[in-house]
Structure formats: C-alpha cells, structure tokens
Design a protein around this ligand. Sequence first.
Ligand code: PGA
Length: 259
Amino acid sequence: MKKLIAGNWKMNLTAAESLSLAKQLSEVKLPNNLEVAVLPSFAALSFVQTMLGPESDIKLGAQDCFWEAKGAYTGEVSPVQLKELGCQYVLIGHSERRLNLGETDEMVNRKIAAAQKAGLVPVLCVGETDEDRRLGRWASKLNSQVVNGLKGIEVVGTHEIIIAYEPIWAIGTGRPCEPKVASEAHALIKNALLEVFSASRAKNHFRIIYGGSVDGSNIATYLAEDGIDGALVGGASQKFLSFSALLEATANIAGKQGK
Ligand code: PGA
C-alpha cells in the first residue's frame, strides 16, 4: 500500500488562502508511489475541489462529519454532502474535537459507520495525553479508542480505514514523538485491531499513520519505521514552502526505498 501524507489545514486558512495554497501545490510534481491529500475547512472544500479538478493527484478530505446522512441537525455536515464535494477522506475523532467539543468514542464510532456508508475513507484519530503517559495508562487508552471506535464496523470489499496515531502532547508543540515510540504505539494499535477484525482484514483494510509536529526535517525518520504508513501533518502543511519541502523529503525516501 502507498504511504499517505495528509495535510490537516484545521481552521487556519480562509477559503481564499486555501485556494491559493491548493493552486501552488497542484503545480508540484508528486511521485507516483505516494498518496497526498489535503483537508481544508468545510468553508473551503468546494473552492479547493473545483480548482484541483477530478483528475488531480492531490486527494481531498474533510476534518469531520456528522453521523447522519440527512436531517434536522443545524450546523452539521453529513458524509453524503462531503462525498458530493469530491472528498475521499474524512478525519474522525481528532483530539482537538475530543478535547474542545467533548467528542466521545461512541460518537466517533457512529461517525465512522456513516462515513463508510457514504463511501468515504474514515481517518480515525487516536492518541494519549502527557498525563496518560505519566500514569502508565497510555496503552489502555489507545486500545480503548481503537476498539470502541471500531466496534461493529465491517471492512469488506474495497473498504479502507486509516488510523492516525497522534499523541496529544506532540500536536502543534514542536515536540515530536520519537519515531521508535511512535512505532511502538503503531504496533499496539495493530494488536487492538486484532481484537475487532481477523488478521487478514486488519492487514488488508487498514493503514496506520503518525501525526504530531511532523515536518520536512523529521518525516524521513517516521517513514523509515516499520508499520508507519504515512503522516497526518498540521502546521507544516499549511504553508506552501514547508509542505512542499516535506513532500520533497518524502519523495526522496519513497524513491530510495523503491516502493
Ligand atoms: P501538527 O498537527 O502537525 O501541527 O502537530 C497535527 C494534527 O493535529 O493533525
């Protein structure tokens, strides 16, 4: 499976800024062996989609979705609406939503089911706090986020689910997680998947990516680790120079590995 680099633009760019960044990125030559996605805010999705066009090598994703396809849910955006806008991916359960908006594993689980039903690839975000690490409960926290988030979800046919391991203490802090520590967490997530899915389903339908202060200077160290299938990039994806430098660093590694 190809490595995935997804840029999470959060609520940091206006529609005009998103459009201009997407335009610059569309001029970068991307290697065939990498998948690149951008995740603008809802307000910018339509502009970015129109600019990139359906044939673009840069895929589109959203930062969240609701768990119903349609209805009286003022202010929410449904996965069906996102699919119509050309989204392929949708982040679900990002820690900023879990912390600021009280999103629970149960809500996350419903969103994953709805996203999958609409034909989107859910990107389930999991990760522990500093305190979870200090108190020695980080492994059980990750396990329960994965197991509860995916309870009752089926993966068949062409279904894919991506899990983004994002330790909260590494997000936006410039304090990235050691690649070995991230790799250990990825192994733990793989084991958690085996509690819910058969070994072949866990292997064939999932990719596990890392997120948290990833940039052009450290991306190579993550992708060199076993079991790290890409990166979810926040800050470094929001400016052309830093994102293109990161993509370039990634392309070099992917090229060297001949993948
Ligand atoms: P960061 O954000 O790269 O700025 O740490 C990552 C994320 O929140 O997805």
